[in-house]
Ligand binder design. Sequence first.
Ligand SMILES: [Mg+2]
Length: 389
Amino acid sequence: MKITEVEAFTLVVPMEKEIKAPISFPHADALAGIVFKEYRTTLVRITTDEGITGVGECMVRLAPTATRDIVAYVKPILIGADPFDIERIWDLLYSTMMNRGHYKGFYIEAISGIDLALWDIMGKALKMPLYKLLGGQVNQKLWAYASSLRFRGMDVLRQDMQSYLDKGFNAMKIKIGQNPFDYRSDVEVVRQIRQAVGNKITLMVDANCGYADDVKTALQAGKALEDLDIYWFEEPLSPDNVEGYAYLRRNLNTRLAAGEAEFTRFGFLPFFTHEALDVIQPNLCRTGGFTEAKKIAAMASAFHVACAPHTGSSSAISMAAALHLAVALPNFLAYEYMQSDWSKDQKNPLRWDLVQLPIKSFKDSYIEVDDKPGLGIELNEEIVRKYRV
Ligand SMILES: [Mg+2]
C-alpha cells in the first residue's frame, strides 16, 4: 500500500462572544481575545492507492494554520510510503527537523495528526478497530469521568454537577485556580461540591497551571484538598517545573497528575526519573500520535505510573483516538469524557457534530468502545465545508 495524497485543513468556528479563560489561569483577560474567541482544529486526511482514507487531528490552541502548513512541508516524506511502515515514517518526520530545534510544539502536533491518520488507515485496511492493533482489548470497559466543572458561579456549578450525575457519571473534575493568590476560595468551591455530591462520587481537581511557579501556595492548596478526598490534583504548576512537581509529590498524599502540555517520550522522561507524577495525561494529538503515546505509556508502566489520556478542548477526533488507546493500555486509569465547552451558551460543533464518537454504550460511568475499523469515525462533511478556512 502506498500513500498517494496528504491534505491538512483548518476548521474555525467563530464564537459569538469572546470569553474569559473558562479555565483557571493567571492571565484570563489577556488571553480571551487570543485563545478563547474561536473553536479551532486542524485535521489531516491521508489517502492511499487502495482507496483507503485515514483521518487525524493536530491539537490546536493558537495559530491553527501553523500545523496545516507544517503538514504541507513534510508531505514529500509521506508520498509513496507504506502507511504500515509507521515507525520509520515517525522517525523520519521527527529526525528531519529535530536538529533544527523543532522537537516540541507545533511541529510535533503536526506529526501527531499525520500519525493518527496513518493508524486509521491501518485499522481500516485490516478491518479492525484500532485498539486491536494497539495491543488488543485490555480493558473491556473504560472508567470515564465528566470533564469539567468550570467555575461560572456556584449556581451554574451546581447545575452542571447535577447534569453529570443525571447522565450517570460517578466521577467528575473541577477546574480551580481562578485566583492563584486566593487558594482558599478554590478549596471552598471544592468543599461545597464535595458536600453536595457526598462521599460516593470521585472528584478530581484541575488547576491548569494556575499556581505557576508558586510551589508553596500549590502545596497549601494541595494540603487543604487532601481533606476533601480528591482523587488527583492536576497541573498545579507550570509544565516545565519538574522539580516543583517532584517536591509536591513528596509532600502530598493526593495523586499528582499532569502531562497534557508535554511532547514525546523525551519530554515525559524527566517526570519519571524525578518521580514527579502519579498519573500522566498525554494528548494523542499533541504528544506525537499513537506511535509515541504507546512508548510514553510503556515508560510510565516501568515507573509504576498510571496513564489517563487527555482530550481537553480538542475535537471529537482526539476523543475517539484516546478511547482506542485507553482500551489497549494495561496502565490505563481514567478517560476524560468531555462534557463542557469553553462557552456555556455556544456548543462546540467540532466536538458534538464533526464525528460521532465510537462509543457502543455508556452506563454507570463506564464506556464500551465500538468495534468499527480504524478510529471508527466518519467525518461530517457538512461541518467540514461550513467551518473550513
Ligand atoms: Mg487539564
